[in-house]
Design a binder for this molecule. Structure first.
Ligand SMILES: Cc1ncc(COP(=O)(O)O)c(C=O)c1O
Length: 370
């Protein structure tokens, strides 16, 4: 466990210092939410009780994680039993940036929604803001615009609100850097990761805490009031350590960066002028394409045709595993296809992925017309 913690913490951004190993992403988010609450009790601010997160996000399916998440379809049946979390806009430049706005102006405008929400709830009543640095399946590999997270960090610091970054999907090298937030030039107070940590070989997740939070608890009550039977499980940690060692020794994050550029180029070449691809986005080997009925108006396909499900079916028939989903715009409308190929892909794999996706997309679109 310690060897894995040391490896995970190598070059960690900011004040991140302590690791708490759990069994998956949702558990890591639950732990981060409880850590935030306990931290404020320990430092004498028990009145802080609100979480703010973003619409069109996903943080897991356990009740706390689902409450902060903004994936409307996944929340809907459980709405009456969710915690009372608050949501602001995502950073979704493709649809939400105004024509007369630069990317920087747009980023500032949506980041400032956090300040407005904090003031609305009471400036000393918010515990934490949660966000995915690159939004995964709910938005289709959507990174923020430059400057967005710097402004978010400033607002959190101004009001003493903790920043929790959920890197369960986008972290551990997936976007071309070990921590996705490195590319946004900021550090969180708490970070969660899972998926790529164990490379899918063994269930494992982690919550990483900053030193100041750890110290507040360690010098206060002395222990984090949380836990599960399989915390810090030795087999899970050994498997994750083996995965991370291979990633390091084989220079796979550099491969993610190189192949990520090739994948982006190949997607742009193949789909850049496609009449039904509105946006191609992402970082590293984490790329998404948003499907539209009309590129000019950005009108989505009707949710009734379930285009994402058709693409998934046709892609599987081609032997391509990808992650199409619907509801990117508002939980109901809008389709995307998420690609997250293995870190070991080479140029011929990239070619194969893009070819198969092209065939699948054409077949899915033809099936609507027929
Ligand atoms: C960003 C993000 N956070 C949290 C989770 C939840 O992780 P798990 O399914 O391991 O509980 C996921 C899962 O897809 C995710 O993508």
């Amino acid at each position: 466990m310690e060897a894995l913690a040391d490896k995970l913490m190598e070059n960690a951004p900011g004040d991140l210092d302590r690791v708490y190993f759990v069994s998956g992403g949702s558990e890591a988010i639950e732990a981060s939410m409880k850590l935030a609450r306990q931290y404020f009790i320990e430092i004498g601010q028990p009145q802080r009780r609100h979480f703010i997160a973003r619409r069109q996000s996903y943080h897991g399916n356990t009740l706390g994680a689902l409450s902060v998440g903004g994936n409307m379809a996944r929340r809907e049946p459980f709405q009456p039993i969710l915690l009372d979390a608050h949501h602001i806009a995502p950073c979704y430049a493709y649809r939400d940036r105004w024509d007369d706005e630069s990317e920087a102006e747009y980023g500032l405008r949506v980041a400032n929604e956090l300040e407005t929400k904090i003031l609305e709830l009471g400036e000393d009543s918010v515990m934490a803001f949660l966000a995915e640095p690159v939004v995964g399946a709910t938005l289709g590999a959507a990174p923020s615009v430059p400057g967005y997270f710097k402004r978010i960090r400033e607002i959190c610091d101004k009001y003493g609100v903790l920043l929790i970054l959920d890197e369960v999907m986008c972290g551990m090298g997936r976007t071309g850097t070990k921590f996705a937030c490195e590319q946004d030039g900021i550090a969180p107070d708490i970070l969660t990761c899972a998926k790529g940590l164990g490379g899918g070989y063994q269930p494992i997740g982690a919550m990483v805490s900053s030193k100041h939070i750890y110290d507040a608890i360690s010098n206060g009550s002395g222990s984090f009031q949380h836990g599960h039977t399989y915390l810090g499980h030795p087999v899970a940690c050994a498997a994750a350590l083996a995965v991370q060692t291979v990633i390091e020794e084989e220079g796979l994050i550099a491969n993610v960066r190189d192949m990520g550029v090739k994948l982006d180029d190949a997607l742009q070449d193949r789909f850049g002028n496609h009449p039904h691809i509105g946006d191609i986005r992402g970082r590293g080997l984490f790329r998404g394409m948003e499907l539209v009925a009309d590129r000019t108006t950005k009108a989505p396909f009707s949710p009734d045709v379930q285009l994402h499900a058709r693409v998934k079916r046709e892609a599987m028939a081609q032997g391509l595993i990808c992650y199409p989903s619907g509801g990117v715009i508002d939980g109901k409308q809008g389709d995307q296809v998420l690609l997250a190929p293995p870190f070991i892909v080479n140029e011929s794999h990239i070619e194969e992925i893009v070819d198969k996706l092209g065939v699948a997309l054409d077949a899915a679109l033809a099936s609507i017309d027929s």
